[in-house]
Design a protein around this ligand. Sequence first.
Ligand code: GLC
Length: 483
Amino acid sequence: MAKKVIFAASEAVPFIKTGGLADVVGSLPKAFDKEKYDVRVILPKYRIIPERYQSQMEYVMNFYIELAGKWVYVGVFQMQLDGITFYFIDNEYYFSGDRIYEDGLWDLEKFAYFSKACLNTLSAIDFKADIIHCHDWQTGLIPVYLKNEYWNPNNYGDFYQNMKTVITIHNLKFQGRWNIDDMMRITGLGAYLFTSDKLESYQAGNYLKGGLVYADWITTVSSVYADEIKYPFYGEGLDGLIRARANNLTGIVNGIDYDEWDPEKDPMLIQNYGIGNFAEEKVKNKTALQEELGLTVDGDRFMIGLISRLTDQKGMDLIDCVIEQICSEDVQLVVLGTGEARYENLFRYYEWKYHDRVSANIMYDNTRSHRIYAACDAFLMPSLFEPCGLSQLMSLRYGTLPIVRETGGLKETVEPYNEYENTGTGFSFANYNAHDMLHTIEYAKGIYYNRKKDWNGIVKRAMASDFSWAASARKYEALYEQL
Ligand code: GLC
């Protein structure tokens, strides 16, 4: 019989997305061996999930659960998409906001509710999971509730007793922290759980810490990040715990959906191309985008893409420091994303100043993102830290060479160009320093303009590298077996 696995998460494509977490939760389940693993996904039924999906959801059942002394409603809906069953937890009180993440304490209550609702749904629909696979702090309480309440045979018999939990860290920076008194009040968890070996951390309660303490296994989204978080610089205050649990921690690099991200078939592109004809065809996407965005139309111009949350994590302060030098006459810069106002305004200002060579798209637009990956020559991603990063994988697939800082998944997936051995799939720099970044951009630009043959060799290797989910899904399968 197939092993039963349930992914519990706060976001998944195509339903709802704020970041890379959604891409992973939406695409990884499809990559498992269907004969051996029955992988399903459980999400909140947010009001802001687009109507075209809401209308396909079927009502399954409803019941009430106890949360911190109150009885609260749980509706369960389900739908199939690409062969995967998705469940949605319905509760209008918690999930009718305009955004999926709102304010501190309210979000904590919302995801405490969601965590319990997920657990109860398993028995309600009689899906006796072998593995509950949790993602990030929003589901950190699942292992905590499981082992402190649901395991108790007086409460639920043996239904929950053999369930194992895995928690994947997509970003250690976000932990779900709040003062202990409020946290006890909204979660109903007892004071005995808020000690330094459990949910307490720096005088606050911490959902992610709870997950990391109680889960049977911890994974994160690259092996480099799995090592980095053992040290204070990347450990976000939890490096001690990560070190203590190092024997139960694995880094498994993310993949991307190679059907959705395929330059040969992508219906959003102006011109499809592949590894055999990129040298002639890819450029048509560039000139089309230049026209669409009102930039100087010139297929030879070195075009850099930047698709990102505009925050410090993503290295925007480095760009801020040397943007004048980056936007020289022989470069075009195309930005897509939203974030901190100062960075949104920075790019708007440079678009105004250099309208023929800078395009600031302060928005999220999926079609445009595909076109930018296809159109650009290089893709800039100078992150301060990056657990995995997905944009560099999309860039590699589209033959758009990543320029990255050597951290986390960027270090693991982008092999720096070595001009002596003719190896490598992109460009990288080690120190978090604006001028090191600038030199790397200049170096890449020099190769693009003066050594086209070498440049095309790098593009070819980039496009040939494989970051589909297949290899990583096998590693998750091996982990499930071992548990
Ligand atoms: C978070 C991380 C990113 C990772 C993604 C999916 O967004 O910041 O590096 O790729 O999660 O795991």
